[in-house]
Design a protein around this ligand. Structure first.
Ligand code: HMG
Ligand code: MG
Length: 324
């Protein structure tokens, strides 16, 4: 009988054209969030040296965008309280490549911290619902936009790009279902403030394929094309890959993912890991969709992180390929 480790060399998949009436893209961009969305949710505070190693390995694996950390209040997310130190280590190690890595910023104080380090890209994060705005940002739904306005304005003035995240787009653990129109209204507000890209977060992983396609259609009706949208799926209900396929069929080409399937949100009840980068890569490779990312190198990074965290990777593909 072969062991799991031996099985990885066998030709396990057959490349096949999918039978679908909807087109698929030739290539997609993977926006890696493991170092930020993944590590913000770990019980253990990971040492800076391990975080820097994770990020440089992901860079070497070919990931085009890596969200490195968050400049939020250190008491709210102690796991990322070392953000400035980490970015300093990365700049020493890889120079401008580190300055090009986006970081999460909720307000002007966070922006100042990113500007001090000469960083070029930030991501502001809002909520489609009232309850999560209060829990995650200590602001009402409307107050969050008031907090974001000068953050966007000053970041743009400084020549930064600003990604806008929107959480709870497909359901909220306190409020239940969330109307598609409400999500579009909140997303358009972030775009009007100057977001270069809008990432639609399924924070608690409840989305299903039809809902995803309806969301993209509703944004199109509001004049927001797929070129301005990204999808941010968590895999709580095991739907993230199906949702990704559905989103690609209607034109989305940027997907957030986290090496090893690490992730969650400390302020969102029942949010578990993000779509794992290697699970996404496995599907995309099977479909012949280009990413420029080396699957084996991502799996090796996930195994490295799983060892550092003392647990097996959550990603099915990482477990299968590494025999863990
Ligand atoms: P607050 O307590 O209301 O802050 O928190 P404040 O504005 O009242 O300021 C209080 C003190 O905090 C002041 O200091 C500020 O300077 C300081 P003092 O004058 O008292 O000495 N302060 C800061 N210090 C460092 N960095 C900062 C900062 N801001 C204020 N940026 C705040 C408001 C937004 C700061 C807080 O609620 C917060 O940090 N929240 C972050 C929560 C978070 O990180 N959640 C996880 C990320 S979101 C996510 O995971 C979802 C996503 O993945 C998409 C999806 O899945 O849906 C993106
Ligand atoms: Mg998230």
């Amino acid at each position: 009988m072969s062991t799991a480790a031996e099985r990885v060399d066998l030709p396990m998949t057959v490349a096949a054209e999918p039978i679908t009436t909807l087109p698929l893209p030739d290539a997609v961009t993977i926006y890696e969030v493991g170092p930020r969305d993944g590590l913000q949710n770990e019980k253990a505070v990971v040492p800076v040296a391990v975080k820097a190693e994770m990020i440089t390995r992901l860079l070497d694996a070919g990931l085009p965008v890596i969200e490195a950390t968050s400049f939020v209040h250190p008491k709210w997310v102690p796991q990322l309280a070392d953000a400035a130190e980490l970015m300093g280590v990365l700049v020493d190690r890889i120079g401008d490549a580190a300055r090009r890595m986006p970081v999460l910023v909720p307000n002007e104080r966070g922006l100042d911290r990113a500007l001090d380090l000469g960083l070029e890209h930030i991501a502001v994060f809002g909520s489609a619902t009232e309850t999560f705005a209060q829990k995650n940002l200590n602001r009402s739904y409307d107050e969050q936009f008031t907090m974001f306005e000068p953050t966007f304005a000053r970041a743009k003035e400084a020549g930064m790009t600003v990604r806008g995240y929107l959480s709870m787009c497909f359901g909220d653990p306190w409020e239940g279902s969330v109307e598609v129109d409400a999500v579009v209204r909140a997303g358009v507000r972030l775009l009007e403030l100057g977001a270069d890209q809008l990432s639609l977060g399924d924070t608690i992983g409840v989305a299903t394929a039809g809902h995803v396609q309806a969301m993209v259609a509703a944004f199109a009706d509001a004049g927001v094309g797929t070129d301005r949208l990204a999808m941010h799926f968590h895999d709580t209900y095991g739907q993230a890959l199906a949702n990704t396929l559905a989103a690609m069929q209607v034109g989305i080409t940027t997907f957030d993912a986290s090496a090893g399937g690490l992730g969650g949100c400390p302020y969102a009840k029942s949010a578990t890991g993000n779509l794992a980068t290697e699970d996404l890569l496995w599907m995309l490779q099977g479909l012949g969709i280009g990413t420029g990312v080396d699957l084996d190198a991502v799996v090796a990074t996930s195994v490295f992180m799983a060892d550092a965290l003392g647990k097996a990777p959550a990603s099915a593909v990482a477990r299968a390929l590494s025999g863990q």
